[in-house]
Design a protein around this ligand. Sequence first.
Ligand code: GAR
Length: 217
Amino acid sequence: MNTDKTLKIGVLGSGAGSNMQSIIDEIDAGRVDAEIKIVLSDVEDARILERARKRGIPTLWLDCSPYKTKLDGPAQLRCIELLHEHDVDTVVLAGFMRIVKAPLLNAFPMRILNIHPALLPAFPGLHAWRQAWDYGAKVAGCTVHFVDEGTDTGAIIIQRCIPVLNTDSAEALHARIQAEEHIAYPQALRLLTEGKLRIVGRRVIIDDDDAVKTDSR
Ligand code: GAR
């Protein structure tokens, strides 16, 4: 894959927006060649919208009712329309708590990314960090992946792992996972915009793998 240009990002999120913030910070620091064109949320008072507004990014609440867990029907069509209207070429799911399917997937083939708070394929779905904690896993972490038709099944771009500590609680573990997310997501976007991701089957080959291993930013 060779993008070789500034990413035009549309963000979908439901929560605090700390991942989006980490991306904004890296854009502002000149380390990720991207622009966030619009931020959409299914939660009217989500903090992610407030953060975006503060930065002067257009925001919109998507009323997804009557659906509880998916982005479907008129809300999905409106979402696609808005992303196109704002000239988006890459969709970033940043704590978006709804399942995304066609036609949105088809509108942005291999251009929708997600961050998941576990080392996939372990612990897909909701509250993944708690699943890892409850299971007694010794290692936890996060995964940035392309989104496909399944739930958290798309091709993996980057994973970062941390040990589960004796002193951890599920919440403390989540906080430490999030610190890794804030490194991994901007890093994946940087690799994408630099044209360093090649997709072979369901394997994402990173041209410049060493940079990912050693670069903490
Ligand atoms: C993040 O930990 C992200 O991995 C998770 O929600 C949190 C959002 O935080 N996403 C999922 O669980 C998706 N299934 P943020 O709003 O502060 O970025």
